[in-house]
Design a protein around this ligand. Structure first.
Ligand code: MN
Length: 212
């Protein structure tokens, strides 16, 4: 069993000017690749089934070595992160969710604007390195965060659920362009969220309702 670095669906410069090309390239080819390599090293001595998924490992992560928690989390989190981003959308609906997800965000948080403010506050409130998440928990949307490379699918996470949106607030995600200005990075990041994919992830998570 070997995990692999997923290919991006867009070029490294596609998220400019919000996320710069050099950050994307280093983040993907070095940081994420390192998590993949270290994860493969950590599982190489274990007798895991060939078809085991990263989700299956993380749902029982407390059984495994800390290296699997850190690097397996890193692999899962970054894979999701690349998926839920894309070139800033054009047109009147650009930058906002549509369809069922838009309706549920409004009914859960009051408005999309209110949701953005709460999620941004969560991301800015993380001390040190970690991730802010929008998860589906018992069929309901919830904002939460995790330290380091933990995530809400891990059995040891205080708030469990299926992530449909997440932002990396490790300094390596923004330091080259934004230095210590995490708020500027988070505000810019909203421009490159691919709401079509987030909506698909929401629908997929609804089908798994009951597992969390
Ligand atoms: Mn990262």
């Amino acid at each position: 069993m070997r995990f692999e670095l997923p290919k991006l669906r867009y070029p490294y410069d596609a998220l400019e000017p919000h996320i710069d090309k050099q950050t994307m390239e280093i983040h993907h080819t070095r940081h994420h690749q390192t998590y993949v390599n270290n994860l493969n090293n950590a599982i190489s001595s274990l007798n895991l089934p060939d078809n085991i998924t990263i989700e299956q490992i993380l749902k029982e992560v407390s059984r495994y070595d800390k290296a699997i928690r850190n690097n397996g989390g890193g692999h899962y989190n970054h894979t999701l992160f690349w998926e839920i981003m894309g070139p800033a959308p054009q047109g009147p609906m650009g930058g906002e969710p549509t369809g069922e997800l838009a309706r549920v965000i409004t009914s859960t948080f009051g408005s999309f604007q209110q949701f953005k403010e709460l999620f941004t506050k969560e991301a800015l409130g993380i001390f040190g390195s970690g991730w802010a998440w929008l998860i589906l928990q018992n069929g309901k949307l919830k904002i939460t965060s995790t330290p380091n490379q933990d995530n809400p699918i891990m059995d040891l996470a205080p708030e469990r659920g299926i992530p449909i949106l997440g932002i990396d607030v490790w300094e390596h995600a923004y330091y080259l362009k934004y230095q210590n200005r995490r708020a500027d990075y988070v505000n810019a990041w909203w421009n490159v969220v691919n709401w079509h994919i987030v909506n698909e992830k929401y629908k997929e998570a609804l089908k798994q309702k009951g597992k969390f």
